[in-house]
Write a protein that binds this ligand. Structure first.
Ligand SMILES: *Cc1c(COP(=O)(O)O)cnc(C)c1O
Length: 625
C-alpha cells in the first residue's frame, strides 16, 4: 500500500495549512515543547500506549504540535498559514471573515453572543434553537424573546412562521415580556434562527434578512446542519451567506452563520466554521477585533492541529467539488425517497403497512426547489403553513414516518413506535440521526454511498419481516431482555409494538405534544438568575409531579434533538399542559418499557423498587428575595 509520502511536488496542491503541517511533519523536527507525548514517542513504553499509537498511526501524533511551531502561523492570533486557510474559507463559503472553531458550533454560537450581546440586551431567538444558543443566553445574561415553531402533527419541531418576523409581532412580544427592562425598544440586539431546522426545513434567508434589517442589530443563522448550502443552486437565497440581494437601497443587517463542518460535510467532529458579513448600514458595523477577542475567550490555547487541517481540507474539497458532492448526495437521497415510496405502493396493494417518507407528493424534478415547497395546501407537512412562509424541505434530511399517526395528530389503531425500529436498526449496525415517537431521521451526507442506502432499505425490510414473524424480543434486544427478563419474557416484536402503541395512544400523545415547543411557559425570572440560584444555594429538588408552579433551575430537554422544553427561570406549567404531559409520559414510559427510554438533560433520576422517579431542580420559594 502506498503511504502518504507523496513527492513535495504533489504537496504543492494541498491547501495552505494542511500543506504546511504535512511539510513540517516530514521534516521530523525534534520538539522541545508540548504536547508531552513528543510525536507519540512517550506512548510506546506500555502496551496500551503502543496500541493507541499504532491504531491511530504515527502521522496523527507527529501532526499534534503546539503553537510554538512558527511555520504554521498562529491559530489563536489568526496569522500565517492558519489565517490563509481561514481567508480562503471566507472566499469559498461567501463570507467577509471566517474563523475555524475547534469546539463545535456549540462554541461558535457562544462566540457570536459574546461579540454582540451585553447583559440585559434583548435577543430574539427561535424556540427551536439548539441548547448552545440557550446556554449563551444564560452566559451573557441576555433577555430572550422567543419566536415559536409551528406545531406539527407528526411530532417534528416546525419552523418559525414568517408572520413572526413582522414589526408588530416583535413589538408585541417585547412589550409583553416580563423580563425586558426596555419594553419600547425599537430593535433587538441579536436574532437567532436555526436554518435548516433539525428536520430539514429551510427558510428563505434573504427574505428574512431584508425583513429584519430594521428590527435587529445582528442576525445569526445557526447552520449547524447546512454548511453545504453555498455549493448548490438548489439552496439559492436560502442561506446566511448567500450573495446580498442586489435591490438598490436594501438595508441588510450584519449576518453570522455558524456551521458544523463535521455534521454534513467531511471534517472531524468538533470542527465548525463561523462566517460573518458586515451589513449595509455603517452605524452597526461590527468591530472584528472584538469578534476575535470573543473567539479567543472560547478557544483552548492548545488547539489540535489535525482538526484545523481538516477544516482547511474541507474548504479545498468544497472548492474543487462542492457542487458535485452535494448534487450526488441529493440524487442519492431522492433515489432512496422514491424507493421507500415504491415499496409503500407495493405493500399498500396487499393492504400491508410500510414506512412513509415525509415529503411532497411530486419529487420528480429534484433540481427545482419549488417541488420541495411546504405549501399552505400541502397535507403531508402536518403543519399549518402560511402564504408568506416560503419554506422548502431539504432533500438530504430524510424523515421516515412509522404507522400510527393521522395527519391531524389523532392516532390510528395500528401503530409502530419508532424507538422499536431504532433499536432494531441499531442491533443491525444502522444508526439513525434521531427519532421521535413515530418518526426516524436519516441524514444523506456526502459520504453516504449507494451501497449504504441499499443496506438501509434492506434492514428496514428485514424489520418488517421480523415484525410479521413476531420474532422474540430477546433475539434482537438481547441486552434489554437480559436486564428486564420478566418484563419482556415471551414477547415478540409485534407484541411489543402493540403494547407500546396502546400505551402512547391511550395518552393521546401526538395531539397533546404537537404544541410542546410552541406553548411557552411563563418566564418567572431571567434564565441566568435562575441558574445562579444554584451557586447561591437557593435551589431544591422536587418530584416531577410536584413541579407545576415552581421555577426551573436547569434547562430541560430530550436529547436529541437538544431543544429545551423548559428554560431556567421558567415556571413549570399546569399538570395538563403539553410540557408536563410530555415529561410525565416519559417517566411513565420508562417505567413501563424499561430499556427504551430517551436521554433527558436537566432531570435527576432516582431508582426505588425497580421504578424510576424524575426529579427537577427548582428555586426554593422561601429563599427567593
Ligand atoms: C449540533 C448543533 C449545534 C452544535 O454543534 P456542535 O458542532 O455539535 O457543537 C448547534 N446548533 C444546532 C442547530 C445543532 O444541531
Amino acid at each position: 500500500m502506498k503511504t502518504v509520502d507523496n513527492s513535495d511536488e504533489e504537496d504543492k496542491n494541498l491547501p495552505p495549512f494542511y500543506g504546511a503541517l504535512k511539510k513540517f511533519v516530514k521534516q521530523k523536527a525534534t520538539l522541545w515543547s508540548t504536547p508531552g507525548h513528543a510525536s507519540g514517542n512517550g506512548l510506546k513504553s506500555c502496551p496500551a500506549g503502543r496500541d493507541f499509537y499504532e491504531f491511530f498511526g504515527h502521522h496523527l501524533f507527529q501532526a499534534d504540535v503546539s503553537s510554538s511551531v512558527e511555520e504554521l502561523g498562529s491559530i489563536l492570533e489568526h496569522c500565517g498559514q492558519s489565517a490563509e486557510a481561514e481567508k480562503r474559507a471566507a472566499e469559498i463559503f461567501g463570507a467577509d471573515t471566517t474563523f475555524f472553531v475547534l469546539n463545535g458550533t456549540s462554541t461558535a454560537n457562544k462566540v457570536v453572543f459574546f461579540a454582540t450581546v451585553a447583559p440585559g440586551d434583548l435577543v430574539l431567538v427561535g424556540r427551536n434553537c439548539h441548547k448552545s444558543v440557550m446556554h449563551a443566553i444564560i452566559m451573557n445574561e441576555a433577555v430572550p424573546i422567543y419566536l415559536t415553531p409551528k406545531p406539527c402533527s407528526y411530532g417534528m419541531i416546525g419552523p418559525v412562521g414568517f408572520e413572526q418576523f413582522g414589526k408588530e409581532s416583535i413589538r408585541a412580544k417585547i412589550s409583553a415580556s416580563r423580563l425586558a427592562t426596555n419594553r419600547k425598544a425599537a430593535k433587538v440586539q441579536l436574532t437567532v434562527l436555526t436554518n435548516s431546522t433539525y428536520d430539514g426545513i429551510i427558510y428563505n434567508a434573504d427574505k428574512i434578512k431584508a425583513q429584519m434589517s430594521d428590527l435587529t442589530h445582528f442576525l445569526l443563522f445557526d447552520e449547524a446542519w447546512y454548511a453545504y448550502a453555498a455549493f448548490h443552486p438548489f439552496y439559492e437565497r436560502r442561506y446566511a451567506m448567500s450573495p446580498y440581494i442586489k435591490r438598490r437601497g436594501a438595508h441588510l443587517p450584519p449576518v453570522f452563520a455558524t456551521q458544523s463542518t463535521h455534521k454534513l460535510l467531511l471534517a472531524f467532529s468538533q470542527c465548525s466554521m463561523l462566517h460573518f458579513r458586515q451589513g449595509t448600514a455603517k452605524d452597526c458595523e461590527l468591530d472584528l477585533q472584538g469578534l476575535l477577542e470573543a473567539n479567543l475567550m472560547h478557544s483552548s490555547t492548545s488547539p489540535f492541529y489535525p482538526l484545523f487541517a481538516s477544516l482547511d481540507v474541507n474548504t479545498q474539497i468544497m472548492k474543487e467539488s462542492g457542487y458535485d458532492l452535494i448534487n450526488k448526495a441529493i440524487n442519492t437521497a431522492v433515489r432512496f425517497r422514491r424507493a421507500i415510496r415504491r415499496a409503500g405502493e407495493r405493500y399498500a396493494k396487499k393492504g400491508d403497512w410500510w414506512f412513509t417518507a415525509w415529503q411532497p407528493e411530486n419529487i420528480h424534478l429534484t433540481k427545482y426547489p419549488q417541488q420541495w415547497a411546504l405549501k399552505p395546501d400541502s397535507k403531508w407537512t402536518g403543519m399549518d403553513i402560511g402564504k408568506e412562509d416560503d419554506l422548502i424541505l431539504d432533500p438530504l434530511k430524510v424523515t421516515l414516518l412509522t404507522p400510527g399517526v393521522n395527519p391531524d395528530a389523532s392516532m390510528t389503531d395500528f401503530g409502530i413506535p419508532a424507538c422499536i425500529v431504532k433499536k432494531y436498526l441499531q442491533a443491525r449496525g444502522v444508526i439513525p440521526e434521531k427519532i421521535g415517537f413515530y418518526n426516524l431521521l436519516f441524514l444523506f451526507a456526502p459520504g453516504v454511498s449507494t451501497e449504504r442506502t441499499a443496506e438501509l432499505l434492506r434492514v428496514l425490510h428485514d424489520f418488517k419481516l421480523e415484525y410479521n414473524d413476531n420474532a422474540p424480543v430477546a433475539k434482537w434486544f438481547s441486552s434489554i431482555a437480559a436486564a428486564y427478563p420478566k418484563r419482556y419474557e415471551n414477547m415478540g416484536l409485534a407484541d411489543l409494538c402493540k403494547d407500546m402503541h396502546a400505551f402512547l395512544k391511550s395518552n393521546d400523545i401526538m395531539k397533546k405534544c404537537a404544541s410542546l415547543y410552541s406553548e411557552l411557559p411563563e418566564q418567572a425570572v431571567a434564565p441566568h438568575k435562575a441558574y445562579y440560584g444554584l451557586s447561591e444555594g437557593k435551589t431544591e429538588y422536587v418530584e416531577l409531579c410536584n413541579a407545576p408552579g415552581r421555577v426551573s433551575v436547569f434547562m430541560i430537554l430530550p436529547y436529541p434533538p437538544g431543544v429545551p422544553v423548559i428554560m431556567p427561570g421558567e415556571r413549570f406549567p399546569s399538570a395538563d399542559s403539553p410540557i408536563m404531559l410530555f415529561l410525565r409520559l416519559n417517566e411513565g414510559f420508562e417505567n413501563t418499557f424499561p430499556g427504551f427510554e430517551t436521554e433527558f438533560h436537566g432531570i435527576k433520576k432516582t431508582y426505588e423498587n425497580g421504578k424510576v422517579k424524575y426529579w427537577v431542580s427548582t428555586l426554593n420559594k422561601n429563599k427567593i428575595r
